[in-house]
Design a binder for this molecule. Structure first.
Ligand code: FAD
Length: 390
């Protein structure tokens, strides 16, 4: 016996829950299935367990896609205030950490429980531990799971990206897209630390644990924030943001004294007997200053450097060029860059142009947000948009 519903949603994560709520509120019969034993694993761990659930300044400029206009419609119909309104109704406390990044004051469980309560109110049925074996479309969609045969008029794919397989990520959404002839843009790990070739990696390993405020430039992008040296390379918000845009083989430029004119400082101290690394340690972590000075300019008293050498050192400090070997990959990436080509979908309904009744929402799409609550905001906005039509 098959189970028939108006709408079946595969993936009970951020976008799937939001889509289910919205479709349920339209009195559609909705079944939300997931292969995991619990819902929304990524939301639960997100933002270090406090879930940076939106950003007050979310706008299309915060998203990367081969089709940058696609996100505009959904974002214009679901604002940060819409999600905040939901939290307020449940009395869930939150705070603005910085730059409009909203986090839960307690834990992300508040958000997950709120979404569950909303789904329940809307009559949504949730079935977990459902392994999808096949999807076929005739008049209806037939979804075979290891336990049930499910049928629906509309099928929404909300299976998320590829990162953190331990939290339930799989490639099912991309496989279903391919099966139905939809295009997928190249996939890459994003918001992910960089690794470096052996000659730099050894240097970074020695610096492991050191962090400093820097400005990172790559192409047209420029991000200011903390960079953190790790055993495998470089991390921290500025690096994670840069990884969204970075193309393999390219160099990045790091200004490690973004608020200072290093040459001006050297000129003022050019007669000093102070060692270069001691001077730099006024502005940079001590261990970093020593290792950086020894590696690049053989640290010695300032008066022993000539003008050209001081210019070169200042240039190195403001434009430290580094060529990552790669990234640490999907095991530590917060998101997948790329995804289902949005030119295949209606930006109003998120329905496939080729396959009526088939919808895609959330991170599985070629829409990737910057760091700062933009990815969860996209999950809510896209889930909500599709839920109004599925
Ligand atoms: C460690 C970490 C921290 C993060 N922190 C933040 C943050 O603070 N703010 C922010 O905006 N973003 C954050 N993100 C990104 C954000 O969590 C995701 O972009 C967002 O959850 C995507 O929503 P989604 O609904 O598309 O996918 P998900 O929320 O990933 O949901 C996908 C669901 O599909 C299910 N699924 C997958 N494959 C199958 C299958 N084969 N069969 C059935 N079900 C399947 C999964 O079990 C999961 O429940 C973070 C990500 C990570 C990994």
């Amino acid at each position: 016996m098959s189970l028939k519903r108006d709408v079946i949603i595969i993936g009970a994560g951020a976008s799937g829950l939001m889509c289910a709520r919205e479709a349920g509120r339209r009195k559609r019969s909705v079944l939300l299935i997931d292969h995991a034993g619990k819902t929304a694993s990524k939301v639960r761990v997100s933002g270090g367990g406090r879930c940076n659930f939106t950003n007050l300044h979310a706008s299309p400029a915060n998203y990367i896609s081969q089709n940058p206009d696609f996100c505009k419609s959904a974002l214009s119909r679901f604002a940060p205030e819409d999600f905040i309104g939901l939290l307020d109704r449940y009395g869930i406390p939150y705070y603005d950490k910085e730059n409009g990044q909203l986090f839960c004051t307690n834990t992300s469980r508040d958000v997950v429980e709120m979404l569950h309560a909303e789904c329940k109110k809307a009559g949504v049925e949730i079935r977990l531990q459902q392994t999808v074996e096949s999807v076929v479309k005739k008049d209806l969609f037939t979804i075979m799971t290891a336990r049930d045969v499910l049928e629906s008029q509309s099928l929404v794919i909300a299976t998320g990206g590829l990162s953190y397989a331990g939290l339930g990520a799989t490639d099912l959404g991309y496989r279903i897209a391919r099966q139905f002839g939809l295009k997928i843009t190249p996939l890459n790990p994003g918001l992910v630390p960089f690794t470096f070739p052996p000659e730099d990696a050894a240097f970074f390993r020695e610096l492991s644990g050191v962090s400093l405020d820097a400005s990172i430039r790559y192409g047209k992008s420029r991000f200011r924030g903390e960079i953190l040296f790790t055993h495998s390379g470089m991390s921290g918000p500025g690096i994670l943001q840069t990884s969204l845009y970075w193309k393999s083989g390219d160099a990045i430029t790091v200004d490690i004294l973004p608020d200072l004119d290093a040459l001006k400082l050297f000129m003022e101290e050019s007669k000093s007997r102070m060692e270069m690394h001691t001077l730099l340690a006024r502005y940079l972590p001590k261990r970093f200053s020593k290792m950086f000075s020894d590696r690049y300019f053989n640290s010695r008293p300032l008066y022993q450097y000539n003008q050209k050498e001081l210019e070169d050192i200042a240039h190195r400090l403001h434009q430290w060029s580094l060529r990552p070997a790669g990234t640490v990959g999907y095991t530590q990436a917060e998101v997948t860059v790329g995804g289902i080509d949005t030119r295949e979908l209606s930006s109003k309904t998120f329905e496939s142009k080729k396959v009526p009744g088939l919808y895609f929402v959330g991170e599985v799409l070629d829409v990737t947000g910057q760091l700062g609550g933009f990815n969860l905001h996209w999950a809510w906005a896209s889930g909500c948009a599709a839920g109004r039509y599925a």
